[in-house]
Ligand binder design. Structure first.
Ligand code: GRF
Length: 209
């Protein structure tokens, strides 16, 4: 992605989208601030008041809030979100617990460079309740998937996956916390690989970005 044999490597610009408690954003920020990390976080964009904002504030990362409530319709919000992210001039866009589906126009603006962390082993259990759904189904193993975002909901090319066993006494909260422990390590690691070229999306016969 940023690797180009003929030019000296430069630090990739990473924009992060978040909605939640920000624990994944915090871990990503920490990993990406290491001296040898091949990128750095240039901005946070959130869709609501959330803890990720104060984490960004403490770290001196500029934050923009694009709350759907402030826009008359979905299309205007999509445009505003795209503008906010584009203003950071990102090489890579990372969704670290961003709980909204991105519009086609957004995906088209940042082709093959939006990375999401999902708390299940896709294609099992896509959607907003992946941990609850895995528990309800009764699978013995779930996990996390780091993937590129395409037009569908959690359907994009898989970059990395790691299993997490389900324990008999697990609740949604205990299981999600163990999955998040993996996400906090695997997301920054995979994004670094994407930037350096060590991680490449698998070839898909019918590409439907
Ligand atoms: C993660 O499990 C992520 O996969 C999901 O939301 C969670 C974010 O965690 N989409 P937090 O809000 O950063 O703690």
């Amino acid at each position: 992605m940023i690797h180009n044999g003929s030019e000296p490597p430069r630090s990739a610009r990473i924009a992060v989208l978040a909605s939640g408690t920000g624990s994944l954003f915090k871990a990503f920020l920490h990993a990406a601030s290491a001296e040898n990390y091949p990128g750095h976080v240039v901005g946070l964009v959130v869709d609501r008041e959330c803890l990720a904002e104060s984490i960004a504030h403490d770290a001196g990362v500029a934050t923009q809030r694009v709350d759907p409530g402030a826009w008359s319709d979905r299309a205007s919000w999509d445009e505003a979100l795209t503008r906010a992210v584009a203003s950071t001039e990102p090489d890579v866009v990372v969704c670290a617990g961003f709980m909204r589906v991105l519009a086609r126009s957004f995906v088209d603006r940042f082709p093959n460079r939006i990375v999401n962390s999902h708390p299940a082993l896709l294609p099992s259990f896509p959607g907003a309740h992946a941990v609850r759904d895995a528990l309800a189904y009764g699978v013995r193993v779930t996990g996390t998937t780091i993937h590129l975002i395409d037009y569908g909901v959690d359907t994009g090319p898989v970059l990395a996956q790691e299993p997490v066993p389900i324990l008999a006494q697990d609740t949604e909260e205990t299981l999600h916390e163990r999955i998040k422990e993996v996400e906090r390590r695997l997301l920054p690691q995979t994004v670094a690989g994407l930037i350096t070229g060590a991680v490449a999306p698998p070839y898909r016969k019918e590409q439907d970005r």
